[in-house]
Design a binder for this molecule. Structure first.
Ligand code: ZN
Length: 331
């Protein structure tokens, strides 16, 4: 059996011209389950063809609009046509749009409200940036190529450049504050290392975290340490983005690193940060290991342990470790 997919334009006067998009053929039986419905290749081809037809119709409709001359205000006439290649999520399309010349003063006009510098649609930019944020550039390129009829910017280096450009533009955007103010906001900040794959290349220390509200608002942030990205400013902007006001109660969680503890204060969190559960658990684990070691060495060690723990409490596991070494030496 076979189907013909036909695209019909609907105008104010009713049905307009139609275009045959694609013929789909399928066996009459379902002996092979692989023949059930559309294949991915057919779906990609279908999307790409529909996209081209719709864009061409939009370009024709846009091209009939005549701008007025910006210099003298006279009506412009068509000078020539230029092709504009634009990448979309459903393939690269070419828009044939006119340039105009003023009959009175000879001035050139590009057209009405056409962003001639654009080379891709915002939807494609957003999806590429999103995928690159959650996976490697190579994998993101592969996923896009597998799922969509994307035929421009398919190299991972191109995707990387494009994503970094989108990231730079995002950094320059003004913060959009929500209509409702958040009550308490929790800021979580931690650091980690990203090891370089190449031998001898430097490893990056990155600081990552998020701001969360009780109502479910959440923003994540991250910056490479000792880079030009101001992490405190980044946190301030994210706090504003989830509805921070002057009266909002702010609580910060970090590990015990003095460098990290200063950052929330720089970002406007006036109360001292707390240890998060993971770092509390790590310190308790240290103490548990030390206690186990000392108990293995009998009563003398137990007295030293009790004395040491009472004095140090949950503070500075390294100090307790030093006393452990001393106890071991005494045994
Ligand atoms: Zn003119």
């Amino acid at each position: 059996m076979a189907w013909m997919l036909r695209l019909v334009k609907i105008g104010v006067e009713g049905e307009g011209p139609c275009t045959d998009i694609m013929e789909i053929r399928r066996p009459n039986d379902l002996v092979d389950i692989a023949n059930l419905g559309l294949t991915l290749a057919e779906a990609k081809l279908l999307l790409a063809r529909v996209q081209r037809e719709i864009v061409a119709a939009q370009a024709r409709s846009h091209a009939v609009r005549r701008p007025d001359c910006a210099r003298c205000g006279d009506v412009c006439r068509v000078k020539d046509y230029r092709d504009h290649a634009v990448s979309t999520l459903f393939g690269q399309v070419t828009l044939r749009l006119p340039r105009f010349r003023c009959a009175a003063c000879g001035g050139i006009e590009a057209g009405i409200a056409w962003p001639s510098h654009c080379r891709s649609t915002p939807e494609l930019d957003r999806l590429q940036a999103h995928l690159c944020a959650v996976m490697t550039y190579r994998t993101a390129t592969d996923v896009l190529g597998q799922m969509f009829p994307v035929d421009a910017g398919t190299h991972h280096e191109t995707l990387r450049r494009h994503t970094l450009k989108v990231g730079e533009a995002l950094g320059e955007c003004a913060t959009i504050r929500p209509d409702t103010a958040a009550s308490p906001i929790v800021v979580t900040l931690d650091s980690t290392f990203i090891r370089s794959r190449a031998e001898g290349k430097r490893h990056l220390e990155v600081r990552v975290g998020n701001v969360e509200t009780q109502s479910g608002g959440r923003q994540v942030f991250g910056a490479v340490a000792k880079s030009s990205t101001p992490i405190a400013e980044l946190i301030r902007r994210n706090l504003d983005a989830v509805g921070r006001t002057e009266d909002t109660a702010l609580t910060a969680f970090t590990d015990g690193c003095p460098g990290l503890r200063r950052i929330p204060a720089d970002a406007g969190v006036t109360t001292p940060p707390m240890l998060d559960w993971f770092h509390v658990a790590m310190r308790l684990q240290h103490l548990k290991q030390i206690a186990g070691t000392l108990l293995d060495h009998g009563n003398d060690s137990r007295q030293i342990l009790t004395h040491g723990l009472l004095r140090s409490g949950a503070r500075a596991a390294s100090g307790v470790a030093a006393r452990t070494a001393a106890a071991r030496a005494a045994c």
